[in-house]
Design a protein around this ligand. Structure first.
Ligand SMILES: [Zn+2]
Length: 471
């Protein structure tokens, strides 16, 4: 019986697969205000074909079937180059003191109990580790991101982290580009660069020179400005000119670095990834981005993690915009801040020709925000989670308002999700042969909630709905 039925089942599977492909490959036109490189098209149409953007134009230039009116500002999806995805299942951590540097808080009992122990417990269990990554990626998407780094790494060189596939791009693990392969990306993300073995350091350095490594994103100089141990990491990176200060490298944090350091970074074409909220919550101060910008360093923004940083890219942008408005004079324009979450991180991740811009030939990674006012840059900096109309990754709608999701994915079973009181829908595309990807978000959340409460903590919020998070 089983053998006789097998061909019919395969045929059915093939037919449904073909139908699925046809559905995603039909060109799709979205009408709204387009934030394109160097210009805003107030009444524009963006055409998606397959996983790429096929055209970006003024509405009058479009012929053919009527585009979908989105009532939105349409941006490139946000690119998060500084995160620790599995930690974002843990609630906010509010230590009772400020610290001098990261080595100080990492040694406290309070950190161990609130964060390190429950995180270790979650990630030591394969199913929960997958749940944590997928919860964290959904959280990133709800916060406007289409690409992240710092997701679930494989254990001991195996590919047992395949459960991360199907949500955001994981630029350092599997970017989801046409040439991507799991755990073989050329973007390296390093939390403890000074713990790298000599072999790994040599491999990174020669890889950058040969092109085997296209981007190296490393944490360094994380501490209060002037803190000696964090500041000396600049010399450790530089190694008298023979270290990791070279093109393709971006330093995460650099809070303890000074203007002279930034001038040297700019000269070496080293980028900076800025995480103001986490810095200010832990150290009471953040990176001297004014000096970094004046020196000509390319600066991207990232939330770090949600325990002391932001819940996602939109919230971190809002935090940065509020901080920026308090500076005399402000360091960045609103368009520059939006660029620090889109085109600049794409360049720092060596993907500046693939993502981060609304341009023909780029991957169709989109963020749509409900249209309020006329300035799309200001609108994104002020938007909250409820304002997200749609997140599309590689031409696939993943999350958004029910009307748009239902219209774009009429054949799919979508999961209802209430975010800050607003009804949204989510599509977690199941990956063939990876059972962890068949779980609903509700199931993932309840498994995490049960485990975390048994360890004396609770599951983090999915999105920041209350105000009062600003500096
Ligand atoms: Zn970090």
């Amino acid at each position: 019986m089983a053998n006789r039925h097998a061909p019919a089942a395969s045929l059915l599977f093939l037919l449904s697969l073909t139908a699925g492909l046809a559905q995603t490959q039909a060109p799709l036109a979205l009408r709204g205000t387009l934030v394109a490189p160097g210009q805003v098209l107030p009444d524009g149409v963006l055409v998606v074909s397959g996983n790429k953007i096929a055209a970006v134009s003024a509405a009058g230039a479009v012929t053919g079937s009527a585009p979908i009116e989105t009532g939105s500002f349409i941006y490139p999806g946000l690119i998060d180059l500084h995160d620790h995805i599995t930690w974002n299942v843990l609630p906010r951590w509010k230590p009772s003191q400020l610290f001098m540097n990261r080595y100080e808080w990492q040694q406290t009992a309070a950190y161990s109990v609130a964060l390190d122990q429950p995180h270790y417990a979650v990630t030591s269990d394969h199913a929960l580790a997958c749940d944590a990554d997928r919860f964290g990626e959904v959280k990133a998407i709800v916060g406007g991101a289409t690409s992240v780094v710092g997701g679930l790494a494989p254990t001991s060189g195996s590919n047992d982290n395949a459960c991360i596939l199907g949500l955001t791009r994981n630029l350092d693990i599997d970017g989801g580009f046409d040439a991507s392969a799991l755990n073989k990306e050329k973007v390296w993300y390093v939390t403890f660069p000074f713990k790298m073995s000599l072999t790994a350091t040599d491999e990174a350095r020669s890889g950058l020179d040969s092109g085997a490594v296209t981007a190296l994103l490393i944490h360094a100089g994380e501490g209060r400005p002037g803190d000696a141990s964090a500041a000396r990491e600049f010399a450790m990176l530089d190694k008298g000119g023979d270290g990791l200060l070279r093109a393709g490298v971006s330093v995460i944090h650099a809070t303890a670095f000074n203007a002279a350091d930034f001038q040297q970074m700019a000269k070496a074409q080293v980028g900076l990834i800025w995480s103001p909220r986490s810095n200010i919550e832990l150290y009471g101060a953040t990176t001297d981005v004014g000096s970094a910008k004046a020196a000509g360093v390319k600066i991207a923004i990232g939330p770090d993690w949600s325990p002391t940083g932001s819940d996602g890219m939109m919230e971190e942008l809002k935090y940065a915009a509020t901080w920026n408005a308090d500076q005399e004079p402000p360091v960045f324009t609103s368009a520059e801040l939006v660029g620090m979450a889109t085109a600049v991180p794409a360049q720092l991740a060596a993907a500046g020709n693939e993502i981060g811009s609304l341009a023909s030939g780029f991957y169709a990674d989109l963020l749509l925000i409900r249209k309020t006012g006329t300035d799309p840059y200001q609108a994104l900096l002020q938007a909250g989670p409820a304002d997200v109309r749609l997140v599309m990754i590689g031409g696939k709608p993943v999350y958004g308002d029910a009307d748009l999701m239902d219209r774009l994915l009429p054949q799919r079973t979508l999961e209802e999700l209430t975010v800050c009181g607003v009804a949204k829908k989510l599509y977690l595309e199941p990956q063939t042969g990876i059972p962890e990807t068949q779980k609903s978000f509700r199931q993932i959340s309840s498994e995490l909630e049960a485990a975390l409460s048994s360890w004396g903590t609770s599951l983090a919020e999915l999105a920041p709905c209350a105000s009062g998070n600003l500096p």
